[in-house]
Ligand binder design. Structure first.
Ligand code: SAM
Length: 306
């Protein structure tokens, strides 16, 4: 790491990129830009507009600390406290899953279910289970603000971050806030003091990206996931299907007739989810939606009309 303060932004970017390459860090240039922009409190584009600005001694030592964290495999999103997802920047923190690009598939599918691009659509009620940073529900509410949105998580750390993200991202687009509940899957509705039982809420759409990695596979994950991301958000039990069992066992009680469930899933879980859903006569229809890599990524299950 250079010591003198005659290092300009452009020189330190090149140095950091090459250092990350030597340490096999993915997207070395982008990572260098993100950490330097964060360290200097400017946008990535400004790095190039101010390319010949020399760094102060304290800026260099702050950058050095961030670089050290990254080569110890801490994800960039945790270091800078933010991750871009579906057109917004979401705050993240240790204990909260970093939203993945793969999860944009379920958001796009939900927007189709909500008829987001059609005119005069009747307001619908949507409930997200396991909201994490709020990436899914907030992205939906931003594009389609006229519906009623509810979301829950068993992790209070995640809920606090999701509420903060909703305040920041939706302040201009939404009058009524998303209602957040804490608790284990559907029990969050039963126990929450904010939930109004007189309302007797049934949902048009229940959506979730639950933990779905088989417990035995957790040890094989990249160290930046395994060592830094919350196990609670990843571990789906022995065969990875436990969350689907819990959710499908209860969801039909909370859906309107003809209502829809959307579940993000692992690419090889089609048969397992089909078998669980077949145990309930309430579920009439099941379809699997592929992501851009042509992997099954989302299960769409419909409750029967009667
Ligand atoms: C795969 S993460 C998804 C987070 C976020 N929805 C996203 O897509 O980025 C799964 C989430 O489910 C939550 N979760 C795990 N077990 C739960 C449970 N029993 N009840 C409610 N939420 C749970 C975790 O805390 C985590 O936030």
């Amino acid at each position: 790491m250079p010591k003198s303060n005659d290092w300009t932004i452009i020189k330190i970017l090149a140095w950091t990129e090459s250092y990350f390459k030597d340490h096999s860090i993915d997207s070395s240039r982008l990572t260098a830009e993100m950490l330097l922009a964060y360290c200097l409190g400017i946008k990535r584009l400004d790095l190039y507009l101010q390319h010949d600005r020399p760094l102060q001694k304290n800026e260099l030592s702050n950058l050095k600390a961030l670089i050290k964290r990254r080569i110890q495999n801490e994800p960039t999103a945790y270091i800078i406290g933010e991750k871009g997802f579906f057109d917004s920047d979401f705050k993240v923190a240790s204990g909260v899953l970093i939203p993945r690009p793969d999860t944009e598939t379920i958001v796009e599918e939900a927007l189709k279910v909500l008829g987001a691009c059609k005119e005069n659509v009747k307001p619908k009620t949507i409930f997200e289970l396991g909201t994490g940073s709020g990436a899914i529900i907030i992205s939906l509410a931003k594009v389609a603000p006229d519906h009623l949105y509810f979301a829950s998580d068993v992790s209070v750390t995640s809920l606090a971050i999701a509420k903060k993200n909703a305040e920041i991202i939706l302040s201009k687009t939404m009058k009524d806030k998303i209602v957040f509940f804490a608790g284990d899957w559907f029990s969050s509705l039963k126990k929450s003091p904010e939930f109004d039982p007189i309302f007797d809420q049934k949902f048009d759409l229940i959506i979730s990206n639950p933990p779905y990695i088989p417990s035995k596979d957790i040890q094989t994950l990249q160290s930046e996931i395994r060592l830094f991301e919350p196990l609670l958000a990843l571990d789906g039990g022995r065969d990875g299907l436990d969350s689907f069992r819990f959710i499908l066992d209860d969801a039909h009680h909370y859906l309107v007739p003809g209502g829809t469930i959307l579940l993000e899933m692992g690419f090889d879980q089609k048969e397992g989810i089909q078998n669980i859903s077949k145990q309930y006569p309430e579920y009439q229809f099941i379809e699997f939606i592929k992501d851009l890599a042509e992997h099954n990524r989302v299960a769409l299950i419909k409750k029967s009309i009667d």
